[in-house]
Design a protein around this ligand. Sequence first.
Ligand code: HAM
Length: 416
Amino acid sequence: MKFRRPKGTKDVLPKDIAKWHYVERIIRETTELFGFAEIRTPTFENTELFKRGVGTDTDIVGKEMYTFEDKGGDSLTLRPEGTAPVMRAYVENGMQSESPIHKLYYLTSMFRHEKPQAGRYREHTQFGAEIVGSDHYYCDVELILLAKEVYNRCGIQDFRLKLNSIGKAEERRNYVEILKSYLNSNIEHLSEESKRRLETNTLRVLDSKDMNDRKVTDLAPKILDHLGSESRTRFDNVVNELSRLGVKHEVDFRIVRGLDYYTDTTFEFLSDDLGSQDALGGGGRYDGLIEQLGGKPTPGVGFGSGVERLIIVAEKNGFAFGEQKAPLVYFIALSDEARKICYGIMRDLRKLDVSCETDLLGRSFKAQMREANKLNCRYVYIIGDDELQKKKGQLKSMATGDQVETEFGKIKENIE
Ligand code: HAM
């Protein structure tokens, strides 16, 4: 029987891994530059966490979770997103008492049973960042600046940043009633999906991609006109500060996000290089979530960004990912005795951080030279019978072809 990977998953092969390492390094370095510390939570959580945190009427919880009962009868779910688990960990570990503010990030797999297509996977890698403990609008700005900096450092300049505010719970409840009544009066023009959402998750009708839905929602009452003064001021502050800092953005009433925990600011980074799955990243504020999960009322804001999508866009923009470093010295042993000596030298050099490689297939001298060339090694060190006698091998520079007799223990001194 031939096994295949499960639908919607991917293998990252060694030929592509340098890209991943490079992007992961950019993400970590940039995020730490902004003062964020990494947090790691389990791959699975109690199912109730997502029901409570993300909301049962959302697509994620309603349709996409990998939920299973374990042998002890507990209902567990593979993490579909990172915010609810991180806030669970924040409350459970009493992080609030350690410091009034935490800046946290994660870079890990998320699992959603979605219909796979270009840029949409059932297991994707997400980079996310959260600021917990402050409701200052500068937190919202800081997260947007962080995402932008990561994208820029991956060679992505031409994304679009769209912003909106969905207000506080109370404001949103009132607005949803107004929106519902408008949509009901136009119900005959809505798609079946939007008719269903009208009842279960009304705001999501606004981000439908169906053209007829969009004609209806273009003329719908807008939430920004129904915000209280606090929410409105916060939104204006975020928008003005982004303008002052030179961050291009547009206000878009359709950015309502698909998770229930959001309050006030919502935003998405979109890229035309992604096709229909055009969200490079997205996030927003979630001032009620921690309380919802049993913690003290604590504000928070964050975003998540798909790493596969980031790599897709970076590649389309011709970004020069670094390459995996070639071994510095390739050892060619011409006898079993020489091989033993090679292994001793390689052990010592590797301790000194000199990368070494050798043949493990019993190939001919010529084939080993070809291999050293293919691997892009800078040097070859050859030990034959003569060299064994003299305790000096031939150190050959692959760039110049120069060959120098070099003592077994003096290789490091003779390479650049
Ligand atoms: P999200 O918008 O559901 O938000 O996901 C964030 C990003 O993850 C998306 O913009 C996209 O780049 C990527 N993504 C999501 N699903 C897939 C998929 N099936 N395949 C590939 N990439 C995908 C959240 O998850 C929130 N927790 C973000 C957040 C953090 N909000 C506040 N803090």
